[in-house]
Design a protein around this ligand. Structure first.
Ligand SMILES: Nc1ncnc2[nH]cnc12
Length: 182
């Protein structure tokens, strides 16, 4: 039984550890945080995919999407991006929240849009960006929060699509990641 999966993305290769999540599901663990080289490459490639898209804000989800959104913001000359948080902070004003289930987190989580950010996004064209789209749970929750904030989601981007997400035609991604299910 191998212990790693070899991910190839353009000129880059990574050995991803195989992690058993439960009795039936094993993932090739892709942790973007700290991988400056891959973040840089992915941002350059995704920027090409954004070239013909008119949008006002990039939106990402805490926490693994943050360095990617930062790099994409710089490359696309969008000086501000929005981060959907995993919990309500004391400094937030009238936050919007929604429940989310993620493949890598056993307990249900929530996503939070600070009311100040919601005001900024009202009537704006937004692109959601994340590191991996798998079950699509956090993407759907992000989409729901943004719709509640009256933003228009005009694009959904990820570095990798995992498992069945690779068959979706409503996301743009650079590479596929297998999901090992028995
Ligand atoms: N393969 C994966 N690695 C890390 N985080 C994930 N979230 C969803 N799929 C993942």
């Amino acid at each position: 039984m191998p212990t790693t999966y070899e991910l190839k993305l353009g000129p880059l290769t990574r050995q991803l550890p195989l992690i058993k999540l439960n009795a039936t599901t094993t993932i090739a663990s892709f942790v973007l945080l700290g991988d400056a080289e891959l973040t840089d490459y992915a941002a350059t490639e995704l920027t090409k995919r954004l070239q013909s898209l008119d949008f006002d804000y990039l939106v990402t989800m805490e926490s693994k999407g943050i360095p990617l959104a930062q790099a994409l913001s710089e490359r696309t000359h969008h000086p501000r991006f929005i981060v959907l948080r995993k919990s309500i902070k004391d400094y937030m004003q009238t936050p919007l929240t929604a429940a989310v289930s993620a493949i890598t987190t056993s307990a249900d989580q929530e996503l939070v849009l600070d009311g100040t950010d919601a005001n900024l996004l009202r009537g704006k064209r937004v692109v959601i960006v994340d590191d991996v789209i798998s079950t699509g749970g956090s993407l759907a929750t992000a989409h729901q929060l943004l719709t509640r904030a009256q933003a228009q989601v005009v694009g959904q981007l990820a570095i990798l699509a995992e498992g069945a997400a690779a068959d979706r035609n409503d996301i743009t991604y650079l590479g596929k990641l297998p999901l090992f299910e028995s």
